[in-house]
Ligand binder design. Structure first.
Ligand code: ACM
Length: 566
């Protein structure tokens, strides 16, 4: 469908703007990303000067801060507040009818008018205004120049409420400064969820005051396997170097506050009952065998799962109590993925527990454990979210599902009336190759080029419309086994995260990869200004050998996901 048709349909469906509108060529020329829902572009431009003042309706407590955050570093302007709206260069007005993240942005001879219902909408209007300004506005130091903004009238609102990026800091610890930069970048693309994957077999990364050994012991592994055994043939032994790091509660608070100022909610993940070997290494009584384990030094799935005891449950309730005090997020992620049942099958204790609880098998035991966490979080006014394996053995009552093993688990959960976040490997695993593996740094041996990300449709094709509201949105995954540095994370995340941001924000009707590419090209100049280490788009076709390898790997992945689903 062409933009124009999308636009006409949009006009029929939504509240219209007064003037006739045009979208395709104009938004391409301005290179707005993600592309707004509606836009018109009259002739002319408005210049912001050093004496540019700001008027905001009193309800917007954070608008001045947002404006200074986004526009002051490069312009050097302070945007003094004035009480008289007519005198201001930038006016922020209230319209309670708009959605919480929606905005209207008009730039004309009289200045810049932003209308929104809430601070988030103002923030996104300012992100758009930043894109309308010369690329120099992304400089973090003052630039002497003219700051002209083209005349525009934009009505915009996100398609989905959950627009996220995930970051695994368990496999490789990432410094606080980078975590903040990651949040800045996702906010620049109008994303609003940072899923912080804080605990893993290979490292526990968050200070828990009641259990200091989680970080004293669990945050450091003695060495790390090289390459990705099991997938690649690049098995080079171990590096012989300890790897560690964790975030103090003070630092966590700082990150959460930093994110909140950018209208990003930080969703913490505490893995349970699998991917918990670092916790078991810290407190062996949490394990099924009681044996002292190492913080895991290899990648892949650990068979060392948690012992399904009341003591383990209480331990995790205590951990989550500290986590809830740090993270205001309604959603708390408890993992739930890739928990092999081998140890429970062999453990007399686990078997007795299954009998005592009247459960049929190990899958139902997992489900029962997740239900305990669900009850606990719900009683504390929070909501549990977990990877789609939490559906094994029956989905707990209030759970939200993060669908990673394709779209089908999410579709199934939505039909059961559960909320879903789409995070399928096939479109959102940014740890996969972006081009032929002969030309790229080592990654997971699958292929997810930019075009494929752009083609992602979070609503499953066969999901009846009455369940669509359960698809809250989607997010990109950055698993860091192969990413040792922030630079490498950025290389894998961008520009794929740019494509994803448009999938999650913009109207699907107008989505067109060929039209996206020139906008992306201009947008990359903004990322250059921010010194983002993105992978240049293009040159991403597979060789014949690569195509054959992908067929084999995809078949292997299907078998693995199927097997893992049982
Ligand atoms: C996952 O990739 N194990 C959620």
């Amino acid at each position: 469908m062409s933009y124009r048709w999308a636009f006409i349909i949009g006009l029929l469906l939504g509240p219209g703007m007064s003037a006739p509108l045009a979208i395709a060529s104009d938004s391409a020329a301005l290179s707005l990303v993600p592309v707004p829902q509606r836009m018109e572009r009259p002739e002319g431009e408005f210049a912001l000067h050093l004496d540019a003042t700001l008027y905001t309706a009193p309800v917007f407590r954070h608008a001045p801060r947002s404006l200074r955050l986004l526009l002051s570093p490069a312009t050097g302007f302070t945007f003094e507040r004035v009480a008289d709206s007519a005198a201001a260069a930038i006016r922020v007005l209230h319209d309670g009818e708009l959605g919480p993240e929606a905005y209207v942005l008009r730039v004309g001879a009289g200045g810049v008018d932003i209308t929104a219902a809430a601070d988030a909408g103002v923030f996104y209007a300012l992100q758009t205004l930043r894109q309308l300004l010369p690329t120099d506005v992304y400089s973090q130091t003052p630039v002497e120049r003219q700051w002209a903004v083209p005349f525009v009238a934009i009505e915009d609102a996100p398609r989905f409420g959950w627009r996220g990026l995930h970051l695994d800091v368990g496999r490789h610890f990432m410094p606080v400064d980078f975590v903040k930069r990651y949040i800045d970048l996702l906010a620049a693309h109008k994303m609003n969820r940072f899923h912080w994957h804080l605990t893993e077999d290979q490292g526990w990364r968050i200070e828990i005051r009641q259990y200091p050994k989680l970080t004293e012991i669990g945050s450091v592994r003695a060495q790390t396997v090289q390459g990705f055994p099991g997938f690649s043939r690049k098995e080079l032994g171990y590096d012989g170097t300890p790897h560690g790091g964790f975030y103090t509660q003070e630092e966590v608070r700082e990150v959460v506050a930093y994110a909140a100022q950018r209208h990003v909610t930080v969703v913490p993940e505490i893995e349970f009952p699998g991917h918990a070997q670092a916790a078991i290494a810290s407190y062996p009584e949490l394990g099924n065998t009681g044996k002292q384990l190492k913080v895991k030094e290899e990648w892949g799935i650990s068979k060392n799962t948690l012992k399904p005891s009341d003591e383990t449950l209480q331990f995790y309730r205590n951990v989550l109590t500290e986590v809830m005090a740090l993270f205001p997020s309604e959603y708390i992620h408890i993992g739930g993925d890739e928990a092999p049942k081998d140890q429970w099958e062999e453990s007399p204790y686990a078997q007795q527990r299954i009998r005592e609880l009247g459960l049929a098998n190990e899958n139902e035991l997992q489900s029962w454990l997740i239900q305990q966490m669900d009850d606990f979080l719900s009683a504390n006014g929070r909501r549990l979210v977990g990877w789609d394996e939490i559906m094994q053995g029956g989905l707990s009552s209030n759970a939200t599902v993060m669908s990673w093993r394709g779209m089908a688990p999410g579709a199934k959960a939505a039909r059961q009336g559960h909320d879903v976040i789409m995070a399928p490997t096939t479109y959102t695993y940014f740890d996969y190759y972006q081009g032929d593996d002969s030309k790229e740094p080592t990654a997971l041996p699958f292929y997810l080029p930019l075009r494929e990300v752009y083609s992602f449709e979070p609503i499953p094709a066969k999901l009846p419309p009455e369940f669509h509201r359960h698809i809250l949105g989607g997010q990109g995954q950055l698993w860091t086994e192969m990413m040792k540095t922030p630079e490498h994370v950025e290389y894998m995340a961008y520009p794929r995260a740019v494509a994803l941001s448009e999938v999650l924000w913009s109207s699907p009707a107008g989505r067109n990869y060929e039209e996206f590419l020139p906008r992306l090209d201009a947008h990359l100049q903004r990322l250059d200004r921010l010194q983002v280490n993105y992978r240049p788009p293009g040159d991403d076709e597979l060789t014949l050998k690569g195509k054959i390898k992908q067929l084999l790997f995809k078949a292997a992945l299907r078998v693995y996901l199927w097997w893992n689903g049982h």
